[in-house]
Write a protein that binds this ligand. Structure first.
Ligand code: FES
Ligand code: FES
Length: 156
């Protein structure tokens, strides 16, 4: 067993883990159930989190690789009563159906807007292209991210 330190949604935590334990498992065991398990092989994006400012897939990372890292999960982005503008835009646009893909999509969108507050449609598409959604067809989600960006810039 090894010890790792992670800061998750602003809280410093220490974990005692097996060296080959995956980050998704450590996070879900700790109660971050918004980190969804889909394909388990790095293709669907359901398990996406922000690690040190980058959107990464937690099912293909060993937890030990995140040692001393700063993580944001969907639990750290808005609440039911005070949703993040991206979450609000997804609801307003009606692009949450089964919902399984949504945490990963919101995380990828937030990572983009943190770095690029005024993305083009093509840049949004590129940022979301690692997140699969089987329900909605993507165009509304892309529009929701562009709308949220405008709100965050104070233009809406
Ligand atoms: S569960 Fe990680 S990419 Fe699909
Ligand atoms: S809303 Fe169902 S998979 Fe995206």
């Amino acid at each position: 067993m090894i010890k790792i330190n992670l800061t998750i949604n602003g809280k410093a935590k220490t974990f005692t883990i097996k060296p080959d334990e995956l980050l998704i498992d450590v996070l879900r065991k700790e109660g971050y159930k918004g980190v969804k398990r889909g394909c388990d092989e790095g293709t669907c994006g359901a398990c996406t989190i922000i690690l040190n400012g980058r959107a990464v897939k937690s099912c293909i990372l060993f937890a030990a690789q995140a040692h001393e890292g700063s993580i944001t999960t969907i639990e750290g982005i808005g609440t039911r009563d005070h949703p993040h503008p991206i979450q609000q835009a997804f609801v307003d646009e009606g692009v949450v159906q089964c919902g399984f893909c949504i945490p990963g999509l919101i995380i990828s969108a937030k990572t983009l807007l943190d770095q690029n507050p005024a993305p083009t449609k093509e840049e949004v598409k590129k940022a979301l292209d690692g997140n699969l959604c089987r329900c909605t067809g993507y165009s509304g989600q892309i529009k929701a991210v562009l709308d949220a960006a405008a709100v965050m810039r104070g233009e809406k």
